[in-house]
Design a protein around this ligand. Sequence first.
Ligand code: ARG
Length: 476
Amino acid sequence: MAENKNTGTEQGALWGGRFEGGVAEAMQSFGASLPVDNRLWKEDIQGSIAHAQMLGAQDIIPAADADKIVAGLESIAADIEAENWDFFDLADEDIHMNIERELTQRIGEAGGKLHTGRSRNDQVATDMRLYCKGECAELAAALNQLRATLIKKAEAHLTPGKETIMPGYTHLQKAQPVLFAHHLMAYQWMFARDCKRFMAAAEAADVLVLGSAALAGTTYALDRDAVATALGFASVSPNSLDAVSDRDFICDAVYASTLAMVHLSRLCEELILWSSDEFGFITLDDAYATGSSIMPQKKNPDFAELTRGKTGRVIGDLVGLLTTLKGLPLAYNKDLQEDKEGAFDAFDTLAVCLEAVCGMIDTMQVNAEAMAAGAQGGFMAATDLADYLVGKGVAFREAHEIVGRVVLSCEQAGRCLQDLSSAELAKIDEHFGDDALEVIDIRTVVAQRTTVGGTAPKRVAEQIAQAKKLLSADSS
Ligand code: ARG
């Protein structure tokens, strides 16, 4: 068994008074969250400054002490900003105690007044809310960047009369031709929804919980509205028990990250397929591909694959967080310290994957001929040929059957629909006239899909205009 070394109260734990001995050495690093939560230093100092100023203004502590605290916290912030982390010490357990101890070391006795009417329970929740608000705004902006890139690429392939056409798939079998711009825009809409989800998550985080203290509120005459205003929170939490236990806003932000990753993963899966020799629809830029250490000919879509792979981690982050929360009684429990690592990982992973995919889309070469050639095959105009017969008075079911026979005869002869002559068609069924060939032209097939949201060029142009409007509203 490991020796139970005591670290001793002389090391200065902030709860030292109640204890005769220190925590076992092995438990010190087990209990410490500093290596993870040190990234909250800015929010922690921001929250402490607002709290101290309010304590001073309410005469809960002398105004001169409040000023000293604020100046001390600012000097700590300046040091950390300058990358001087010398005072970070695992013995302090977390960022909150670390900064408070350092403050007292710098300004003396006044530092001990900062924690009046406050607990680490409302402090950490405040820090996380501030942090999540910032992350949500940044990730929404990165998503908007990707939306803009997709829109730009879609527009580049929408030149009238020369629109890039590709096969559309269901079951990964060729189904009907679609505009490449339409396909890109489908992803744009997913990322537009992701952006909304981050905005909603930021709103969920936008509540001041400081002033809830450990769990029940406090005896001091705190001015919570003033603190909310100082920290830019839209409202003040109405229930202190809920306030210190609630991590819903983190779940919201991590879920928004997870779904955005799932969308990126699906897009990456297509980029991987499209860049294969079998498809040949795109060529990734060298900046977004890697080679093989053994096979000289290889160009691998590593970053698309990594994005797809990292999606699993982020899904894990969400499941981990929800699982941590599911059994917790009110109010604060130390389990909640586990809310950070996965959330930070989800945000960081999404941020780097967004950058990767944005770059891939922006720089990839689109092989329009290969797409068009793919759109000719696979009898993708079959539905249009059936619709043509319906126009000639044939019932749809019968038309379906007739075109089925056309497809079969082509397949047996190794030909595609566009290879057929009108005489050959008329031989199969008398309803086929000379104009039947027009409807199987790939451009016609696409242009006919004019329902709102359809793939006809004018409809795609409309959705792009709509998407641009929404993007500019979301960006402001
Ligand atoms: N490091 C802790 C956390 O992240 C801060 C709150 C600790 N509160 C407590 N009563 N032990 O959750």
